[in-house]
Design a protein around this ligand. Structure first.
Ligand SMILES: Nc1ncnc2c1ncn2[C@@H]1O[C@H](COP(=O)(O)OP(=O)(O)OP(=O)(O)O)[C@@H](O)[C@H]1O
Ligand SMILES: [Mg+2]
Length: 348
């Protein structure tokens, strides 16, 4: 098994920069997730590792081998596409065998390798079926078996779950993660579903406009986002714009706020909704205790979002847990919101 290293990898289409200066080291056996909005360069990055797109600049190594200019079939990577891309006229067995034939695996070994791969995804009893005779989740598992059949060093998954309904998505998600851990195979998965990313990954990479914004664990990204983009893309945040100076901050609407940051000048505070405390009266000895009016209440069953307007310019969303004794505010109620000075602050 082997890790993967991308060094200053760029892909330009004419003037357009699909990815720029991507530097990434993926450890042996790691499950890395690429996360980001549509068009940010996730698929492009994955396809460069697989060899279907050639970088304009930079280099890619798999283990000790520089694969930058090697064709896909000379790399030890198995790719599962955004759509399953099974051949409709081939059986499950033949679909999995196809990848092995492409890689010139001796004929005598193919049947056994196909069976082993189908066993891994628990579909060995359906080898003679055609894709149309399978459910979406089963088709997705065939695609996975096809990618794993030749025992690649690196598994590349491009939104493998996006065509499945919510229940199946949960099941296949667990299956992929279990299989990946059992095989100890280095895996890069692309998704724009942040719940999927947070629950499956060892480490996450957030991309935007072709560039890496932040790399880290779930906690790094959620608790210590390094930019407004990451704070808004991973989880949710309310933002207060204003000016910072000497551990003080004044919002656009003129509210004084205590911050735990030495930033000076135009800045923005990011507030996680579950970290805002909501009360009917001012809380004693609490910094950042501000009055406001409930503008909107959004009921989600277990949780309730309370949108609070502080003034014409400033607005926050507090999230409360829906317990037996929860006092759910109503629209137009006067409330007080407070939060810790340690909330993230970014320069604008
Ligand atoms: N062959 C191409 N020629 C020109 N532009 C391309 C080409 N392939 C991709 N792009 C552009 O590069 C950018 C990145 O595309 P990419 O497919 O990597 O996005 P993505 O992050 O996978 O998005 P999605 O979540 O929608 O799948 C997009 O703006 C896309 O239009
Ligand atoms: Mg894509």
């Amino acid at each position: 098994m082997t890790g993967v290293q991308l060094e200053s990898v760029c892909k330009f289409y004419g003037d357009f920069r699909a990815t720029e200066d991507v530097n990434l080291t993926i450890a042996n056996g790691e499950f890395l997730v690429l996360l980001g909005p549509s068009g940010c360069g996730k698929t492009t990055t994955l396809r460069m590792v697989a060899g279907f797109v050639e970088p304009t600049r930079g280099s890619i190594r798999i283990g000790n081998v520089d694969v930058t200019h090697l064709p896909p079939w000379k790399r030890s990577t198995g790719l599962v596409f955004q759509s399953y891309a099974l051949f409709p006229h081939l059986t499950v067995h033949q679909n999995v065998a196809f990848g092995l034939e492409m890689r010139k695996v001796p004929k005598s070994e193919i049947s056994e390798k196909v069976m082993t791969a189908l066993q891994m995804v628990r579909l060995d009893h359906l080898g003679e079926r055609y894709p149309r005779q399978l459910s979406g989740g089963q088709q997705q598992r065939v695609a996975l078996a096809r990618a794993l059949a030749f025992r690649p060093d690196v598994l590349l998954l491009d939104e493998p779950l996006s065509n499945l309904d919510a229940k199946l998505r949960h099941e296949v998600r667990v299956e992929i993660r279990n299989l990946q851990q059992r095989l100890g195979i280095t895996t890069v998965m692309v998704t724009h579903d942040q719940e999927e990313a947070l629950t499956m990954a060892d480490r996450l990479v957030v991309m935007n406009e072709g560039r890496i914004q932040q790399v880290g664990s779930q906690r790094d990204l959620y608790d210590r986002p390094q930019s407004q983009f990451v704070a808004s893309f991973v989880g949710r945040s309310s933002f207060l714009n204003g000016r910072a100076g000497g551990a003080r901050f004044v919002t656009a609407g003129g509210l004084p706020v205590v911050i735990d940051s030495r930033l000076e000048g135009e800045a923005v505070i990011a507030l996680r909704p579950e970290r805002i405390t909501l009360a009917n009266a001012p809380l004693a000895d609490t910094p950042n205790n501000l009055p406001g009016e409930v503008e909107f209440v959004s009921y989600m069953g277990n949780l309730i979002d309370v949108h609070v307007r502080l003034n014409q310019h400033d607005h926050v969303i507090a999230q409360i847990v829906n317990r037996d004794d929860t006092n759910v505010p109503a629209v137009k109620d006067r409330v007080f919101v407070s939060w810790a000075p340690s909330s993230s602050v970014f320069a604008k």
